[in-house]
Design a protein around this ligand. Structure first.
Ligand code: GLN
Length: 459
């Protein structure tokens, strides 16, 4: 092999670059995977992002990919790229624990997304920690302990896909897979300073993913850059064209709406300041930014909790019956049962509220190309001292981390969280959310890439 053309450590490179280096034979897949396994070993004691790492299996697969490459095969768009998969997405031969003691059977087949990852040349190196059954926003309901934020280990990494986001921020891997029922990809991404997306419903197949609330659940990509997020989505969504979404990050002539109801004082001062800076940036880049209104969006969290608790009853029943489910799962199950029994049903009321919300958000989107808001009202909270463990686990308690993200799940819209600098309050990362009409994933990634590029210039 010729001398390497890369100067940075392999664990600092993104997926796009790593795949290009592997394809150009400048580095072997074994080298790439080994570097990331070493990084995992060095960072896991503080971060605890992963519930399972199979280094031997990963290196074995890496060796086989190197052999195929030597035989002249094209390994695919994710050639040799290490990835971690949330522990509610099946990986053949491994336990799917869902952060629960009530789970644990080894999966017989790969989930469709894992199948697509492998077919594209990726190497699954581990499984990421999550709140039990994806219910929570901090990984504190995981039966396997909580994940720490790599930017400050005293703080939460967010949840429920907290392990997937923290693994990226700790440079354990350049790509990860999460699931998002009410914000579980976008919110930990926001707290860990990485990109996370809930794609248009139906774009990424759900086969082999443990359900939480059917109809709201989505598999989503996470990465450190928008370009890598687009690449990952193009693979798991089976749409190669999406990888080019970030090639021309131009926002000129776009009309961006900021819903007044998501720009309230519920947001921390440092979070609002980053939103305002993002608005300014978009204007400088040639977009028009206007204020829009969707009053129901500001109170969507209560609707979300009612809808999901009722929808999850049939899903949860078998696990609750094992007697091994944790407190948060038990609580939502009991609540869901109560909701289904009550007449007149609060569920019906929530369904009407959901329709009203959908009507208002759709109308707001009729007048613009996409909506802009903070991803969440706070930065990553302290695990101790700021809010109790129960508060962090309970989405209705302070700090209300899901209140803005749930809108996209209830209405069925794609949404992406992109890092937007750090809060002046505590120095922690802040995320901005872009939300669009169904099937505008390409547009959202393009605008996110423009913000990322312009923001990086400023900071
Ligand atoms: N934190 C939210 C909840 O607890 C969302 C979870 C998710 O998106 N899976 O319901």
């Amino acid at each position: 092999m010729s001398p390497p053309t890369y100067a940075a450590p392999l664990t600092d490179l993104g997926a796009t670059r790593l795949a290009a280096l592997v394809t150009a034979r400048e580095v072997s897949v074994v080298e790439v995977v080994q570097a990331h396994l070493d990084r995992i070993a060095a960072t896991e004691p503080t971060v605890r992002a992963l519930v399972h790492v199979d280094g031997a299996d990963a290196l074995d697969r890496a060796r086989r990919l190197d052999v195929r490459r030597a035989e002249g095969a094209d390994l695919g768009p994710l050639a040799g790229v290490p990835v971690v998969v949330k522990d509610n997405v099946d990986v053949r031969g491994q336990q799917t624990t869902c952060g629960s003691k009530a789970f644990g059977a080894a999966a017989r087949v790969d989930a469709e997304v894992v199948h697509r990852l492998r077919a594209a040349g990726a190497v699954v190196v581990g499984r990421s920690n999550m709140d039990e059954l994806a219910m929570g926003a901090s990984t504190q309901t995981s039966a396997y302990g909580r994940t720490h934020n790599p930017h400050d280990p005293r703080r939460s990494a967010g949840g429920s896909s907290g392990g997937s986001a923290a693994a990226l921020a700790a440079h354990q891997v350049p790509l990860s897979i999460g699931t998002d029922t009410g914000g579980s990809v976008r919110e930990p991404a926001s707290q860990c300073g990485v990109v996370g997306m809930a794609p248009t419903p139906g774009l990424v197949p759900m086969r082999g993913v443990v359900p939480f609330a059917p109809g709201l659940d989505r598999v989503g990509p996470l990465a450190r850059t928008v370009e890598d997020t687009a690449l990952l989505l193009s693979v798991i969504g089976g749409r190669p064209g999406l990888a080019a979404a970030t090639a021309d990050p131009d926002v000129r002539g776009l009309r961006v709406g900021v819903p007044a109801e998501l720009r309230t004082s519920r947001n921390e001062v440092g979070v609002l300041a980053r939103l305002d800076a993002t608005v300014e940036l978009l204007r400088e880049l040639g977009a028009e930014v206007v204020t829009v209104s969707a009053p129901a969006a500001g109170r969507a969290l209560a609707t979300y909790l009612t809808v999901t608790s009722a929808a999850s009853v049939p899903v949860l029943a078998p696990y609750v019956r094992t007697g091994l489910a944790g407190a948060e799962v038990e609580r939502r199950y009991a609540w869901g049962l109560e909701l289904l029994r009550e007449i007149p049903s609060p569920l019906e009321v929530a369904q009407v509220a959901r329709e009203i919300l959908a009507g208002q958000v759709t109308e707001a989107l009729d007048g613009c190309d996409l909506l802009l808001s903070p991803t969440m009202p706070t930065t990553a909270p302290l695990l101790e001292g700021h809010a109790s463990a129960e508060d962090l686990a309970d989405p209705m308690a302070a700090p209300y981390t899901d209140c803005w993200t749930v809108v996209a799940n209830l209405v069925g819209l794609p949404a992406v969280s992109v890092p937007s600098g750090r809060s002046a309050d505590d120095g922690m990362p802040v995320g901005t959310m872009l939300m669009g009409r169904p099937r505008t994933d390409h547009l959202l990634l393009r605008v996110a890439a423009a913000l990322e590029a312009a923001g990086a210039d400023r900071r």
